[in-house]
Design a protein around this ligand. Structure first.
Ligand code: NDP
Ligand code: 2IT
Length: 444
């Protein structure tokens, strides 16, 4: 049996019921076959893949807090410190009822290669909880965050592990978490990123993931002799990533016609009114269907189906496995030629295979959404220097980082005779740096 197949079998056997983790490992290892086969004996002897697939540390803890009725609630918290070969663990915290150990491990695993691709000195980690922030009062969210940090603070630090936002974690949550960390440790340090601008945050971090995604799309189009001007774009989600992807796409002259949330999606043939979306989502934490109250010409559809809307470009920016084979076929049938992932692993393996087998241009999340974590690393740099750069400086750096990632990814694919296969390119380029760093540091 090949080394890759052996390790895949072992990962599945050792981590039963962690299906998202299996999926992420499989996607990476499958596309690394060509690289691994060249060094099969050495990698097997060094148990390199077993080490890469085993987190350095998994922390799981109880998070008790009191709700507004005086009832005690108990959630489960996680931090997976996956790989520190190239820098301190870095990655977001997700608050969503679906969170479990397998989901946090898949996200941490992806983060290792993503962070490697940024070219910045950050290792990979991820955390979160099955706490559902939806419908909770600010006080309840604060109570949860303070309890979560009361345990988490023992394991993190500006030079060891630096969490940030993800689904359900934005400026409000980062603020409460930071306040509690400082209170417990007495340290005013850059232990979290995505902080508010008055206490160490970086300009452009809020926008970075969405803007970075569009900078990547622009590079992908450039390679085909195309631009974003006049392209019709469908974006799923209506959170941080989706909102700023919409904003930047519109600045480049694209027409974004759809957005969604977990209840349904809106279609606005005139192009999304982003100020209205921000008012609903950022202003009052409302639902996307409220959009049609102010814009009756738009259509709201309950449930799934956003990928049946005809478009040139599709940008899944909500969550894992939100786009399956049927969706990929519908996109292609309606003329979509490019997909880039703002979310982490939003396309199922079958959808990804379909893009590649049917000539669609596709950039996986670990490359396309790396602008967020890259800008977090820029926030860490500013915190270490005790300086703040201007919006333009940070944005220019983000732009360069995304263009560089595109270059790395396409060159890695070419090097292994898989030109245009950005899935292989991203995995190979991300992997090579991590392997070199791990090998240099001995058996760790
Ligand atoms: P937000 O919480 O701001 O927004 C998430 C959006 O996705 C919401 O519209 C939400 O709808 C929707 N969504 C979440 N879960 C589901 C689900 N199970 N089914 C359908 N829709 C869902 O999160 P972000 O925008 O920050 O994150 C979006 C994606 O981008 C995630 O995959 C995240 O891992 C990834 N990402 C985020 C980065 C960042 O910097 N924030 C960086 C890189 C990647 P609803 O409100 O109804 O739940
Ligand atoms: O998935 C991701 O890259 C993020 N949620 C951002 C992580 C970070 O540390 O900014």
């Amino acid at each position: 049996m090949s080394y890759v197949d052996e390790v895949l079998e072992r990962v599945i056997a050792k981590n039963p019921s962690e299906k998202e983790f299996h999926q992420a490992v499989k996607e990476v290892l499958e596309s690394l076959r060509v690289v691994i086969e060249k060094n099969e004996d050495k990698y097997r002897k060094d148990a390199l893949l077993e080490r890469i697939c085993e987190p350095e540390r998994v922390i799981s803890f109880r998070v008790p807090w009191v709700d507004d009725n005086g009832q005690v609630q108990v959630n489960r918290g996680f931090r997976v410190q996956f790989n520190s070969a190239i820098g301190p663990y870095k990655g977001g915290l997700r608050l969503h009822p679906s969170v479990n150990q397998g989901i946090i491990k898949f996200l941490g695993f992806e983060q290792v290669f993503k962070n490697s691709l940024t070219g910045l000195p950050i290792g990979g980690g991820k955390g979160g909880s099955d706490f559902d922030p939806k419908g909770k009062s600010d006080r309840e969210v604060m109570a949860f965050c303070q309890s979560f940090m009361t345990e988490l603070h023992k394991y993190i630090g500006a030079d060891t592990d630096v969490p940030a936002g993800d689904i359900g974690v934005g400026a409000r949550e980062i603020g409460y978490l930071y306040g509690q960390y400082k209170r417990l440790t007495g340290l005013y340090e850059g232990v979290l990123t995505g902080k508010g601008l008055t206490y160490g945050g970086s300009l452009a971090r809020t926008e970075a993931t969405g803007y970075g995604l569009i900078y990547m799309v622009v590079e992908m189009l450039k390679a085909e002799g195309k631009t974003l001007e006049g392209q019709t774009v469908v974006i799923s989600g209506s959170g941080n990533v989706a909102i700023y992807a919409t904003e930047k796409a519109q600045q480049y002259g694209a027409k974004v016609v759809a957005l969604s949330d977990s209840n349904g999606y809106i279609y606005d043939k005139d192009g999304i009114d982003l100020a209205l979306v921000k008012e609903i989502k950022e202003g009052r934490r409302g639902r996307i269907k409220e959009y049609i109250e102010k814009k009756p010409s738009a259509v709201y559809t309950e449930g799934k189906g956003i990928w049946t809307i005809p478009c040139d470009i599709a940008l899944p920016c909500a969550t894992q496995n939100e786009l399956d084979l049927e969706d990929a076929k519908a996109l292609k049938a309606n003329g979509c030629f490019l997909v880039a992932e703002g979310a982490n692993m939003p396309s199922t393996q079958a959808a990804t295979d379909f893009y590649l087998e049917n000539g669609m241009i596709f950039m996986p999340g670990k490359a396309a959404n790396a602008g967020g974590v890259a800008t977090s690393a820029l926030e860490m740099s500013q915190n270490s220097q005790r300086l703040s750069w201007t919006f333009e400086e940070v944005d220019a750096k983000l732009h360069d980082i995304m263009a560089n990632i595109f270059k790395k990814v396409s060159e890695a694919a070419k090097k292994y005779d898989m030109e245009g296969n950005y899935v292989a390119g991203a995995n190979i380029a991300g992997f090579e740096k991590v392997v070199e760093a791990m090998t240099a540091q001995g058996i760790v």
